[in-house]
Design a protein. Sequence first.
Length: 183
Amino acid sequence: MKALFIKYKLVVRFILTFLMVYLVLSLSYKFYLDFSKESRFYPDYVTHLVAKQTENLLNDFGYIGRVEPHPNEPSMKLIVNGKYIARIIEGCNAVSVIILFVSFVVAFSGRLKQTLLFLLSGSVIIYVVNLLRIVILTIALYHYPWRKEVLHTVIFPAIIYGVVFFLWMVWVNYFATINKKHV
């Protein structure tokens, strides 16, 4: 058994680091969400910010977008041209996706400065792509409401996770300092 741990030391280190970072960040995010219940931003600051930025982008694209707190659940109602289209919930704010991204990059460590810059730039890219994804999804739902299932459950999750996968591949192939002899 010890020989297996020695042989696969890098793999075990990657898995343990990934799980620890993911656990710490996920618990921190959970505490943030619990703390946000007392905030003036509904349902939490990040989700509120994403909703407001979605509203602004919709207006920039020529639609009359409006968001308002949902009266029955912790979400923001997204209204386009007077028509209730969708709701923005905590899961729409990309924080969980960014936590997954960060956990992977940290587990495939690189030099500190490169790692921090990649984490920051990658997180910003994920946030912006997610925001554009919500706006495009909203416009698509406005024009093609009968395509809701395929748009919301297949196409648009593929976009955000595709970007994350692409960033991971860039990280592993160009920046991570893994020991190439053991891979």
